[in-house]
Design a protein around this ligand. Structure first.
Ligand code: ADP
Ligand code: MG
Length: 259
């Protein structure tokens, strides 16, 4: 699903990432933890193609994204990757539904089917009644769930989240965390989540500990879970589930993912 090798990154004389290797399988929910300044955001942005490493490769679904040029990279990002940030970054003048549709518009897919899918996502996230409200009329937890729906609209293979519950109270936090697992089960997405929240890192399939620009060693039990998340039966289940809710074109992408 995503394989990164020998990622290094410096800002001036400060080396933030010192050679990161990481493999994350399809359908895994992985947390990245570590002290402030450890390089978590930098690593997430590089994996998500929002920043460029000094050395190394990032391969997503068999595509070496470090080799893609601007336009192809932007298209790849729009079609395959979703993002959730600490602050929702919804556009204030648009309704929840319109905000969810923005990545689809950018990808040229804002048709009737996509609008139905946006409504379905909002329903799944408990926001059916809030679809026509603007961000200022929504609570913090609701806004963050709209941001999650927006991240999901183009059916990305991977969702990157940077401190997604950092601005939420404990109840909304717990609900958002549960949502990541519900979404993984329903749509089969991979979640890579930078978090300070121990409650979340404890329940993810795997926790990556980043310190001083390096990944600390994981234990064997965790790598066992990783191979389970990657096995083909799991993939098949995910694809069947995915097909039910999507049009043929998107189902084809699901098939490619399995290949
Ligand atoms: P974390 O998310 O783990 O708190 P970051 O990846 O945001 O850490 O930052 C790691 C280090 O790199 C910090 O010391 C930060 O100040 C520095 N840094 C991050 N982005 C930039 C940038 N664009 N320019 C200069 N320094 C940066
Ligand atoms: Mg950060």
């Amino acid at each position: 699903m995503i394989e990164i090798k020998n990622i290094t990154k410096s800002f001036g004389s400060l080396q933030v990432l010192k050679g990161i290797d990481l493999h994350i399988g399809k359908g895994e929910v992985v947390s990245i933890v570590g002290p402030s300044g450890a390089g978590k955001t930098t690593l997430l942005q590089i994996m998500g193609t929002l920043d460029i490493a000094d050395t190394g490769s990032v391969v997503i679904d068999g595509v070496d994204v470090t080799k893609l040029k601007d336009k192809d990279l932007a298209r790849f990002r729009n079609q395959h990757l979703g993002f959730v940030f600490q602050f929702h970054q919804l556009l204030p003048e648009f309704t929840a539904l319109e905000n969810v549709l923005i990545p689809a518009m950018i990808g040229g897919k804002a048709n009737k089917q996509t609008k139905e899918k946006a409504k379905e996502l909002l329903s799944f996230l408990g926001l059916a009644e809030r679809a026509n409200h603007k961000p200022s009329e929504l609570s913090g937890g609701e806004k963050q769930r709209v941001a999650v729906a927006r991240a999901l609209i183009n059916d990305p293979a991977i969702i990157f989240a940077d401190e997604p519950s950092g601005s939420l109270d404990s109840k909304n936090k717990a609900e958002l965390h549960q949502l990541f697992f519900d979404l993984r089960d329903k749509y089969g997405q991979t979640f890579i989540i930078v978090t300070h929240d121990e409650g979340l890192s404890q329940i993810t399939d795997r926790t990556i500990h980043l310190k001083d620009g390096m990944i600390l060693a994981e234990n064997e039990e965790e790598s066992e879970k990783e191979s389970n998340a990657d096995n083909s039966n799991n993939g098949e289940y995910i694809c069947n589930e995915t097909n039910k809710i999507e049009n043929n074109e998107q189902a084809e992408i699901g098939q490619e993912e399995l290949a």
